[in-house]
Design a protein around this ligand. Structure first.
Ligand SMILES: Nc1ncnc2c1ncn2[C@@H]1O[C@H](COP(=O)(O)OP(=O)(O)O)[C@@H](O)[C@H]1O
Ligand SMILES: [Mg+2]
Length: 320
């Protein structure tokens, strides 16, 4: 069993990449669980499925009979399950629920919330199949964003520091052991833009500080450069031969006006500037020394067909 944790700045495609990775891993009859913990029902939306209940549902199939199951982990349901499992407190659980105590516990104590969420992910990840062996070959977690990821994953080591023994301590130790093992990899999704790249660099530092294993960097929504690299600096500086531009357009059967020509030149300058900026961000990511995979910007957006295309890229890149 391998646990893939996917983080990234919000909006970089964290949920999309987590889903594509689950599809990529669900090959040759393998069973993969895709989980989310932020109550957004992002997975159900991606797979055009109704909202996920607090139980695993099959949402897609991979190649060769592989299957992707999905689970939206809910802290309240996790707390009830926890009370029942460890303390045989099912009835107490429903009484607490009536009193609103569970809401209280899971919203007032964000640390507790994260303990419950990570605990549930570990429970699913290590669950045994009837007849022996792990139920899932891989678990993919659509995790909180880069700004919170190290704290979220490290919360159990803080709990372990508080509770000296008992089931809470055991569970916390179990989660930290799994997260720090070679079975786990924390992948970081980014765009070739300043802010997400900086957050990626910060997250690598923070994760490394608390001994959590950084996996791959996934650069999402990469656009094909439209201009030859050696011309970029000149074009970015606005040095464009509009006469040549006009001749080129003419040979393509287009008679451009002067204002169209200068608008086009302006766009070329913007494009060249952006590509050069992206090149700098790429260099910063390279310096992290992590395996890096680029995913294309899908013109039609990341619909179901797009997800399978991204999955193919991830499989070819060997992310597993
Ligand atoms: N490679 C891609 N090409 C095109 N659109 C993408 C790609 N990856 C993600 N998207 C789109 O970007 C938006 C944000 O993606 P999402 O996975 O929800 O991000 P996050 O979970 O990081 O907030 C969504 O509309 C999604 O369809
Ligand atoms: Mg998301």
């Amino acid at each position: 069993m391998k646990l893939h944790i996917v983080s990234g700045k919000g909006g970089t495609g964290k949920t999309t990449v987590a889903a594509a990775l689950a599809l990529a891993l669900a090959r040759e009859g393998r069973h993969v669980l895709l989980t989310e913990v932020e109550g957004r029902q992002g997975i159900a939306q991606l797979f055009d499925a109704p909202p996920l209940p607090y139980e695993e549902r099959r949402v897609a199939s991979g190649s060769g009979g592989g299957e992707v199951y999905a689970l939206a982990v809910d802290p309240e349901a996790a707390l009830l399950e926890y009370l029942e499992m460890f303390y045989n407190l099912r009835r107490a659980g429903s009484a607490l629920k009536k009193l609103g105590a569970i809401d209280f516990a899971t919203t007032i104590a964000p640390g507790l919330r994260d303990v419950l969420l990570t605990g549930k992910v570990m429970e699913a990840a290590t669950r045994e199949r009837r007849g022996g062996g792990r139920l899932y070959d891989a678990v993919v977690l659509d995790a909180p964003p880069t700004g919170r990821i190290a704290r979220f994953l490290n919360v159990n080591s803080e709990v372990a520091g508080l509770a000296r023994m008992g089931p809470v301590r055991q569970q916390a130790d179990g989660v930290m052991n799994l997260l720090r093992s070679r079975q786990t990899a924390v992948h970081l999704v980014t765009l070739l833009e300043e802010m997400p790249v900086q957050e990626t660099i910060d997250a690598v530092t923070e994760l490394t500080e608390v001994n959590l294993p950084v996996g791959s960097v996934v650069v999402n929504m990469v656009r094909e450069p439209l201009l030859p690299p050696d011309l970029l600096p000149a074009i970015a500086a606005g040095d464009i031969d509009t006469g040549e531009l006009a001749r080129g357009l003419k040979s393509a059967g287009i008679d451009a006006t002067d204002s169209q020509l200068s608008a086009l030149a302006g766009e070329a300058t913007d494009h060249a500037g952006r590509v050069m900026l992206e090149q700098r961000e790429r260099e910063l990511l390279r310096e992290l020394g992590r395996p890096t995979t680029e995913l294309p910007l899908l013109p039609g957006g990341a619909d179901l067909a797009g997800l399978y295309e991204l999955a193919r890229h991830l499989a070819e890149a060997g992310l597993r």
